[in-house]
Structures are given as C-alpha cells and as structure tokens.
Design a protein around this ligand. Structure first.
Ligand code: ZN
Length: 212
C-alpha cells in the first residue's frame, strides 16, 4: 500500500501539474471517450498504457476473461458489461468498441479446470460459464490439437466469440447499421508488448500497424 500512496503523491506533483489543462477541460465538459474498451481484469493489461492514451480517452470495462454475455431480454439478468455497452453506445456515442484478450490469461486456463474446483468460490465458477461457447468452438474446430495446444488458441478464439456476443445487443446492431459504430477484436501479447487486431476476412490476428 505504501507504494500506491507514494504514487499518488508523485501523480499530484508531476502528472497532474503537467496535465492541468486536461483535467480542467475534462471536469468542465465531462467525458467524451473515443471508445469502449472491454478487457480482462489481469493487472498486466492496461488499456490506457497499451494505447498510449490519457484520462478521458477510453470508457473501460474489465472483467475476468473479458467476457461479453450475450444480450438478454430480461433486465433482471443485467450485467455490468451490458449496462456499460448500452451507456457507451447510447449516451456517450462512442465510435468504436474494442474487446481485447491477452496471453497467459488465467480465466482461459480456468476454462479447462473442472467446475467442481470452484465450489468454494461459486461466483468464479458461475462467471466462467460465459466461456462455455468458446470451449465448444475450440473443441469442435481443433479436434486434432492436444489440450495444451488448444489452450494457446483459446484466448484468441474467445475474443472473436465475445465480439459476436457484443453484436447481439440492439444498441450495437443499430449503431453499426447506421455506420456510427465499429467493433474490433484485439489481442495483447504480454511478453512481446505487442497488440494484434483480428481481420475477419483473413480469419487471423495481425499486429496493429500505423495507418498510412
Ligand atoms: Zn485474463
């Protein structure tokens, strides 16, 4: 905790003073983020760092496994993800939504563990059900691979499937139909510090290159 408190002091002395105008503008005009960024809780994945951004740029949702539960007609089944998607699209009018998975994801590994293992942490077990479709797809599409090899591609497949789930939301369907919203699947390779984007036409992830 001492490290965090010392960090707050350093933030006030350095970053805040260097970005005084930014904070005043954000306070005066409210937020107007470019994108909704959905990624994993993993402490090694920081959306603002990997996009080299600053406060106000991204509306961020983090959850274990960067899951996007499919749209539900029943408001009693509301999730934090669903509420954030609706708010970001309908009220903040974000132009892009990014779902970003990452390498060495504990949630993806947990999909391969028997659910009975989570009897003492039932909310983890229940939340991992959001990865069931990912597991079904990986098992069906890569029957020749060993369990270990399948684990490596599970994170990537999961991102693509969560983007498909995102497209079940009426607000997303409407905004994309009107050309006001674009949805992206990204993948962050921690060891390389590399960010990949999924190309649906090639059905593969490629490093994000600077647009020319
Ligand atoms: Zn993760």
């Amino acid at each position: 905790m001492q490290k965090l408190i010392a960090g707050v002091h350093r933030f006030r002395k350095k970053y805040r003073n260097e970005h005084w105008e930014l904070f005043r503008r954000l306070a005066a005009h409210g937020q107007s983020p470019e994108a909704l960024f959905i990624t994993c809780c993993d402490s090694r994945v920081d959306p603002v760092v990997i996009t080299h951004g600053q406060p106000g740029d991204l509306f961020i949702v983090k959850n274990i496994g960067n899951f996007v539960p499919p749209y539900s007609e029943n408001p009693l089944e509301a999730t934090g993800v669903a509420a954030a998607v609706e708010y970001a699209v309908e009220h903040l009018h974000v132009r892009d939504i990014i779902v970003c998975g990452h390498s060495d994801c504990g949630a993806m590994k947990a999909l391969y563990v028997d659910r009975s293992h989570f009897s003492g942490t039932p909310h983890i077990g229940a939340w991992l059900k959001n990865g069931d479709r990912t597991m079904r797809v990986v098992t069906a599409c890569y029957p020749e691979l060993s369990r270990e090899e399948r684990l490596e591609i599970t994170s990537e497949e999961n991102v693509v499937i969560q983007v498909e789930n995102l497209r079940t939301y009426p607000v997303v369907q409407k905004a994309t139909r009107e050309g006001k919203l674009h949805v992206h699947a990204w993948f962050f390779e921690i060891g390389e510090g590399q960010v990949y984007a999924y190309h649906p036409e090639k059905e593969q992830f490629e490093p994000i290159r600077e647009e020319t």
